[in-house]
Write a protein that binds this ligand. Structure first.
Ligand code: NAD
Ligand code: UDP
Ligand code: UDP
Length: 321
């Protein structure tokens, strides 16, 4: 099949492309390199079945493909809040363009939505039926509401134009290839521990998250794409940890000497988050297989090799897009 991956040079997209290429598909990667990087897909650049296009999805584009994995959108609060209006354009105009493309070429379309559609949830763990508790005017809204509109667009294109859609609600995912300056909690703690600087815990660290290793997530995305259910389907690891617990695990694994420093909690930071994955189990026969410690070991090894490699210049680390 010919498969389009928007945001394919990013963290999850590049892992997905590895799997699709190994299965023998033809892959078109579309990315504007805002938070992604060519080095994430470097090994495929000379492959005859791989094509990399620098393109911003807020502009229309015509391509001929059979499936579209729509992942283009910065995922870290630091990056999606840097230019919030652009984040909304990417989620709304960008998703509209990709759905228009799917409609024209009759491609199956998978939206990478997010657990953020549940906002600061009042129900725990979160099932797909829960409609969420999202602030429309806060600093996370450009992303949360952007993704909610993206889901609405997907379902309206399905109802109105018969576009064959799939919607995945992805919970916090981590693994190798996260950027050193990504700003999300797992990469921040690992980089800080490796550099021997204090781990920055926001608030008192009692807020919780559930962390899914990237290979498990990619497996879930591919099962959803190639199965019969439209979704939305939660994809995440139900193992729930407080942020302070996560800091302590990483501290113990990387550098027991390193300190923890408490910093103010950002506005609207969700207090608890854990996926109810009953639907994913029943519909996709999917559940995560990689325990947190194993996934962290692989992620730490990846950061270790990147931070110590000769070509990881300071500029590379701080400003990689
Ligand atoms: P990422 O930031 O590493 O990747 C996003 C990619 O999209 C980058 O390569 C970036 O350059 C590209 N991009 C951004 N705006 C674009 C635009 N306008 N045009 C073209 N390309 C653009 O993030 P990720 O963690 O790989 O997340 C991928 C997708 O999964 C995102 O849609 C995100 O919302 C969703 N998601 C991720 C998580 C997670 O924990 N990683 C959780 C929930 C949802
Ligand atoms: N679009 C695109 N590539 C295509 C087909 C459509 O980028 O191959 C864009 C198109 O420019 C439009 C959007 O997708 O802005 C929605 O397309 P649709 O056909 O649904 O709406 P219309 O063009 O009729 O407004
Ligand atoms: N967080 C933290 N220190 C950091 C980065 C994040 O304590 O250096 C916290 C953040 O406040 C949130 C949790 O970790 O409660 C997860 O943050 P992340 O940005 O990874 O993802 P999200 O909030 O979107 O789930």
């Amino acid at each position: 099949m010919r498969i389009l991956v928007t945001g394919g040079a990013g963290f999850i997209g590049s892992h997905l492309i590895d799997r699709l290429m190994l299965e023998g598909h033809e892959v078109v990667c579309l990315d504007n390199f805002y938070t992604g990087h060519k080095r994430n897909v470097l090994k495929w650049l000379d492959h005859p079945y791989f094509e990399l296009i620098r393109h911003d999805i807020t502009e229309p584009i015509r391509l001929e493909v059979d499936q579209i994995y729509h992942l283009a959108c910065p995922a870290s609060p630091v990056h999606y809040q840097y230019n919030p209006v652009k984040t909304i354009k990417t989620n709304v105009i960008g998703t509209l363009n990709m759905l228009g493309l799917a409609k024209r070429v009759k491609a199956r379309f998978l939206l990478a939505s997010t657990s953020e559609v549940y906002g600061d949830p009042e129900i725990h763990p979160q099932p797909e039926e829960y409609r969420g508790n999202v602030n429309t005017i806060g600093i996370r809204s450009c992303y949360d509401e952007g993704k909610r509109v993206a889901e609405t667009l997907a379902f309206d294109y399905h109802r109105q134009n018969n576009v064959d859609i799939r919607v995945a609600r992805i919970f916090n995912t981590y693994g190798p290839r996260m950027q050193e300056n990504d700003g999300r909690v797992v990469s921040n703690f690992i980089v800080q521990a490796l550099q021997g600087i204090p781990l920055t815990v926001y608030g008192d660290g009692s807020q919780t998250r559930s962390f899914c290793y990237v290979s498990d997530l990619v497996d879930g995305l591919m099962r959803l794409m190639n199965g019969d259910h439209l979704g939305p389907v939660n994809l995440g690891n139900p193992g729930e940890y407080t942020i302070l617990e996560l800091a302590q695990v990483i501290q113990a694994m990387v550098n027991p000497e390193v300190q923890v420093r408490f910093k103010p909690l950002p506005q609207d930071d969700p207090k608890r988050r854990q996926p109810d994955i009953t639907r994913a189990r029943e519909w996709l026969g999917w559940e995560p297989t990689v325990p947190l410690k194993d996934g962290l070991e692989r992620t730490i090894a990846d950061f270790q090799s990147r931070l110590s490699s000769a070509d990881a210049t300071p500029t590379d680390r701080v400003n990689s897009y």
